[in-house]
Design a protein around this ligand. Structure first.
Ligand SMILES: [Zn+2]
Length: 153
């Protein structure tokens, strides 16, 4: 994709996604479970600030700010929107209740939590993330590769 439309789409997506994401983060912070001591240690070593604030919640359907037909359309084009293992909303993490090894997914999502912290705001994280997905593709983009590589440690 040409980079000017990708920049504009990333900004528009971040502007639309930020309020939704902040609302779900608040929901997760009030309803979710804190990390166990092993994951807290792992998170500190991985450079995540305040991992004690993180909360996760297992659910059968991970919510996204898009109707199902859009989710199916994106899923067929390589952006997982139907069978997600997890979703990081800064300090809140949704997890699929179908996971055999939830720890690896929690670690993956915690690396995204660190990326939110590095970006400085939900908006800026989303803008960077969407831009990378639009230009490099979901699985090849730098932020996903970083999360995949570091969650295996
Ligand atoms: Zn990811």
């Amino acid at each position: 994709m040409h980079s000017l439309p990708a920049h504009l789409l990333a900004i528009a997506g971040a502007a639309l996604g930020t309020p939704w994401l902040a609302c779900h983060e608040a929901r997760l912070l009030s309803k979710g479970t804190p990390l166990n001591p092993g994951l807290l240690d792992w998170a500190r070593q991985a450079g995540i600030a305040n991992p004690g604030k993180a909360r996760f919640l297992s659910t059968s359907v991970i919510p996204l700010p898009a109707p199902m037909f859009v989710r199916r359309f994106l899923d067929k084009r390589g952006f997982p929107c139907i069978h997600l293992a997890g979703l990081s909303l800064r300090n809140g993490i949704y997890l699929s209740d179908q996971l055999r090894d939830p720890n690896e997914t929690v670690k993956h999502e915690l690396i995204h939590t660190r990326q939110y912290q590095q970006a400085g705001s939900i908006f800026e994280f989303l803008r960077r993330y969407l831009f990378q997905c639009l230009t490099d593709g979901y699985s090849d983009c730098e932020m996903e590769r970083e999360a995949r590589n570091e969650s295996r440690r």
